[in-house]
Design a binder for this molecule. Structure first.
Ligand SMILES: [Zn+2]
Ligand SMILES: [Zn+2]
Ligand SMILES: [Zn+2]
Ligand SMILES: [Zn+2]
Ligand SMILES: [Zn+2]
Ligand SMILES: [Zn+2]
Length: 238
């Protein structure tokens, strides 16, 4: 069975890794395990969850706009800084070009709650930036500084002051957590058919991410022009 992925020109085949085989996923640069999508001509590999990731998601960390899956960063630097973990990335990202929100694919699909052996309660993900405190906060697992701008996992029990880095809490990826933000005209439920959703050729009627991006950039331009006009207007009145 051959699959088409929007980020690669050749068809991909699903392949089960043999023990000892080591490949790196092109979508997230992390090592592959279990099943992968492969182009053997180019040595191009994708985790099954990276290959199946929805092109658009409604993400609870950014509810104003859909996040678009981009195969590579749109910035001239060729890299982005992940709003979830703060680390740079140069491959797949979920982004909102209007707000300059960029997430690693694996950060976008972090589980909402996890258990960690260092704490006896379940801990929950928090997307919200926290107020800058006078003294820096430290991660209860690695003891390094915890930036108030990035996501964290925390314990909600009263009396527990437990907060950690997302990447210290878990390396789990939960693909299919969030709904595809595209109108579903095939009549199938996106939550249960996620496994097959995105690797197949997109439906002809669906807007491509490029079209969505173009539309968003246009909106951004209009916004900027309106702001500039406003400035000119205000300065001439002075
Ligand atoms: Zn991957
Ligand atoms: Zn190829
Ligand atoms: Zn990240
Ligand atoms: Zn946005
Ligand atoms: Zn940590
Ligand atoms: Zn606790």
């Amino acid at each position: 069975m051959e699959y088409k992925h929007f980020s690669h020109q050749h068809p991909l085949t699903l392949y089960k890794l043999q023990p000892g085989q080591q490949f790196q996923c092109h979508g997230c640069h992390l090592p592959c395990h279990n099943s992968i999508f492969a182009c053997w001509v180019c040595s191009f590999f994708l985790h099954d969850h990276c290959g199946n990731a929805n092109r658009y998601v409604k993400h609870p960390s950014h509810t104003m706009h859909p996040l678009v899956l981009m195969p590579s960063p749109t910035y001239c630097s060729g890299s982005f800084l992940c709003n979830a973990c703060g680390a740079p990335g140069s491959t797949f990202s979920y982004c909102c070009p209007l707000c300059e929100v960029d997430l690693h694919l694996h950060c976008a699909y972090l589980p909402p709650k996890v258990s960690h052996k260092s704490h006896n309660h379940e801990i929950y993900i928090s997307f919200r930036p926290r107020d800058q405190k006078d003294s820096p906060e430290y991660c209860n697992i690695c003891r390094k500084e915890l930036s108030c701008r990035h996501w964290s996992y925390y314990c909600a029990e009263s009396g527990c002051d437990f907060r950690v880095h997302t990447y210290c809490a878990t390396s789990e990826v939960k693909p299919g957590l969030y709904q595809d933000d595209q109108p579903d005209d095939s009549g199938t439920s996106t939550s249960s058919t996620n496994q097959n959703n995105c690797v197949y050729e997109p439906q002809a009627s669906a807007a491509t991410p490029e079209e969505v991006l173009a539309e968003m950039f246009q909106l951004q331009m209009q916004l900027q022009m309106a702001q500039q006009l406003n400035q000119i207007f205000n300065s001439t009145r002075m």
